[in-house]
Design a protein around this ligand. Sequence first.
Ligand code: HEM
Ligand code: HEM
Ligand SMILES: [Fe+2]
Length: 448
Amino acid sequence: MKYKSQKIAYWFFATCMLLFSLQIIYGFIMGFARIGMDGLHDWIPFNAARATHTNLLVVWLLCGFMGAAHFIIPDEADREIYSVKLAYVQLISLIIVGVIAIIGFHFNWWEGRKFLEIPRPLDYLVVVNVLLFLFNIGMTVWKGNKHSTTGIVLYLGLFAAALLYLPGMIYFDHQTLDSFFRWWVVHLWVEGVWELIMGSILAYLLIKLTGVDREVIEKWLYIIVGLTFLSGILGTGHHYYYIGTPKYWLWVGGIFSALEPIAFLGMALYAIAMYRRSGKEHPNKISLYWTMGCAILSFVGAGFLGFAHTLPQVNLYTHGTLVTAMHGHMAFWGAYGMLVLAIISYSIPLMTGRKLWNNMTGLLSFWTSNIGMVGMTGAFAVAGIVQVYLERRLNMDFLAVQKEIEVHFIGLLMAATLFTFGIILYIINFIRFGLPNDEAIQSKDFSD
Ligand code: HEM
Ligand code: HEM
Ligand SMILES: [Fe+2]
């Protein structure tokens, strides 16, 4: 760690761990409800649990990106964060808005638009909050002594993500229009600007962990950004097949979204190529595991499993079923969950000055959580395929089908237990590092 203010990242990451734990609890509430054990129904009905589960996911990932920015930007811009006080005010106000939103869901105060359930008045607070963040990080970049491609792509990704939140706030009294613009947020985030955030954080981690020249790694970053925009923007069309939009979207969405996996494949190949070129052995092996895991599993979850249902002929049958949940879990985990865990694993020894690099807990956490997530994806896949077949080919009644697939949720819960075991180990390791401290300023990385 070079600058004192990088320590702010720790508190964003600690918030991440807390919200992630809560997200998993709500996952279990739904999993049990799916097998008929729905004792909490009066207080936490399925819709409230689902909205809480997915919104907590988005907020802990955003917190992770914000933490990453507070750690990476000072390093890349060669100066302290513009205002430390503002950073803490922003984090605390974000937590307050988040808590109000979650409580609101339990009292039916929500919008019912998947992933954008937060009611409009709270949206305005989110906007103010994110503006504070962008201002503080933007001033740090602006006043920086150095300007790097990695830092600028990270900032542009965060900036564009904030901008794209706005189309989701326009009010429509028409279902199709509302849906049309909802995807500008949801799709253009995960398959557009979040990929810039991912590409730049991966670039930073690879520069640090492999010791390969920055010039080489940053050249790849340009290619990834290009591929992402080329396919991802018009790829939004894969959500416009049968929602009341014009027919041409079948072609546009089909063709461009089928190209989207190339950007994810590019990221996986680039990480593997850099890993193979690495000259020096970095002591932080665990962070390298998460980094490589992220690059590879994001291709599997987003690229491969996304492609599996992206053609209009397939999506006609799979739309809105558990096939979507299968893809949603592996894609979010592989691309963004593991990315955040990678940057936490990398930065925490540097912020705390404790070199607990490679221990059994860390390794076990990596393997059990990933094997667990592969199992969960498999359980959702089997349930989803059976659901599609019975409901959409054999025309069985929706609820009768839900009863048929109950058994697969037992498998889901078992795999989720293994996953959760891994995450508990990760959090134990996080706590063992202790708090960040100023003496850690001395702790240098080998590539610095
Ligand atoms: C570990 C325990 C977890 C369990 C038991 C669990 C279970 C579930 C269940 C039952 C649903 C609702 C599916 C339905 O509509 O019936 C769901 C939705 C979802 N979960 Fe999880 N989950 C867990 C962890 C995670 C993690 C770690 C992530 C992301 C990294 C995640 C991402 C999602 C997403 C994106 C959805 C919405 C899927 C869609 O749009 O269809 N979940 N989860
Ligand atoms: C990291 C990147 C990605 C993440 C996190 C992600 C996550 C998700 C989630 C959560 C949904 C459900 C959204 C909702 O119903 O509101 C979804 C839907 C979808 N995704 Fe992805 N995705 C990613 C990349 C991709 C890619 C690259 C493709 C195509 C190659 C793809 C194809 C699809 C399709 C076709 C749907 C619609 C499913 C339906 O009709 O129900 N995704 N994705
Ligand atoms: Fe999409």
